[in-house]
Design a protein around this ligand. Structure first.
Ligand code: ZN
Length: 161
């Protein structure tokens, strides 16, 4: 477990320092803004959908290291994925950070994203880690805004804690 947390810290620091796909996307056809008022994280996710495929994805914003690293890794994971695959990853990531999916024992498609599994023990951090995913999801659904507040039953794993 300590090995995982060491890896976790290294990856978070690296992505926070050098966020991948950190830019505005000129050809974006989906854009959404996300806000996590609890921590002050704010970001914009850009998607260029080509048919049903994520051709390009990027983000800009400001926030804590976890929110930034999560957004950075999300863009890496989703580029080239179909809309359906993106939906699956969104669901799996969300269930992992809220403690509903144990990435070690349950088959999943998360790959390196499983380093975020530890945030399930820190409710305030769940929102930081999932903000970019909610924002991406909103963009995919054609909405322009996402917030970690007022998501109702979606975050019940956290409320129950
Ligand atoms: Zn945060």
């Amino acid at each position: 477990m300590s090995e995982l947390s060491e890896l976790y810290q290294q990856v978070i620091l690296d992505h926070n320092k050098k966020p991948r796909n950190y830019r505005q996307l000129e050809n974006a056809n989906r854009v959404a803004e996300g806000h996590n008022p609890l921590c002050g994280d704010q970001l914009t996710v850009y998607l260029e959908m080509d048919g049903g495929v994520v051709k390009e994805i990027s983000f800009v914003g400001s926030g804590c290291a976890i929110s930034k690293a999560s957004a950075s890794m999300m863009t890496q994971s989703l580029k080239g994925k179909t809309r359906e695959e993106a939906q699956v990853l969104f669901d799996e990531f969300h269930r992992m950070v809220t403690g509903e999916l144990d990435a070690e024992t349950t088959e999943n498609h998360l790959g390196r994203l499983t380093i975020f599994s530890g945030v399930r023990d820190y409710p305030a951090r769940v929102k930081c880690a999932s903000l970019s995913w909610h924002t991406m999801h909103a963009a995919l659904e054609g909405e322009e805004r996402a917030t970690t507040e007022n998501l109702g039953p979606e975050l019940h794993g956290e409320a129950a804690g």
